[in-house]
Design a protein around this ligand. Sequence first.
Ligand SMILES: NC(=O)c1ccc[n+]([C@@H]2O[C@H](COP(=O)([O-])OP(=O)(O)OC[C@H]3O[C@@H](n4cnc5c(N)ncnc54)[C@H](OP(=O)(O)O)[C@@H]3O)[C@@H](O)[C@H]2O)c1
Length: 220
Amino acid sequence: MKAFVAGATGETGRRIVQELIARNIPVRALVRDIAKAREILSPEAELVVGDVLQPESLTAALGDSTVVLCATGAKPSFDPTGPYKIDFEGTKNLVDAAKAKGIEHFVFVSSLCVSQLFHPLNLFWLILLWKKQAEEYIQKSGLTYTIVRPGGLKNEDNPNPIVMQGADTLLDGSIPRQKVAQVCVESLFESTARNKVVEIISKPEATSKSFGELFANVAG
Ligand SMILES: NC(=O)c1ccc[n+]([C@@H]2O[C@H](COP(=O)([O-])OP(=O)(O)OC[C@H]3O[C@@H](n4cnc5c(N)ncnc54)[C@H](OP(=O)(O)O)[C@@H]3O)[C@@H](O)[C@H]2O)c1
């Protein structure tokens, strides 16, 4: 297995890279700024420069990767096209390149509440709507996928167990980015994670379960 991580210098992407390296999985990290990436990422990660908005850069960037993990995301800005471009068009470009390469598994970091048009987060240029469009494009692509919808992301890890449920069942809650990264990487190894949308938060009162149990409990 060789893993391609898009959004590798992001707060979640860098943790996905760490988790993969900790499991001895070779990583190709898609980065836009190589100097920034060298400061953030382990020297074991192979850095490839590219941009999800430049589809022609992606085929070469994917190289000999066999799986893709996508943790890109538009940053809040005054550009009303940001989420449309990064979260939808960029993901679509990556899906097309992954399909052309015969990628075995595509893991996508999405968000809770993507099905709620009137959610306040859509005030950020319809970000949830564009993420949902990206999800649907992945689901129709024919690629094997796992769509991971986390609650509010936290940089600090905590010992709280993960709660994992099916699409459109969790309305709020938060989760450390480290746990999101673990779920993304574990999904590559759990057959019951394939072709599923999973919503995740963490809660102190939740019962601790193995990743196998968590994925198996979500209907496909
Ligand atoms: N914040 C929350 O509470 C929350 C909750 C649920 C879901 N989410 C979603 O979870 C995901 C991860 O969030 P995060 O806060 O960890 O992300 P983040 O730190 O904002 O990182 C986003 C990454 O996307 C990359 N990126 C942006 N445009 C790109 C482009 N054109 N080509 C290639 N890469 C590009 C950025 O690259 P650079 O480093 O070069 O800028 C960065 O590495 C996002 O999709 C976010 O919407 C967030």
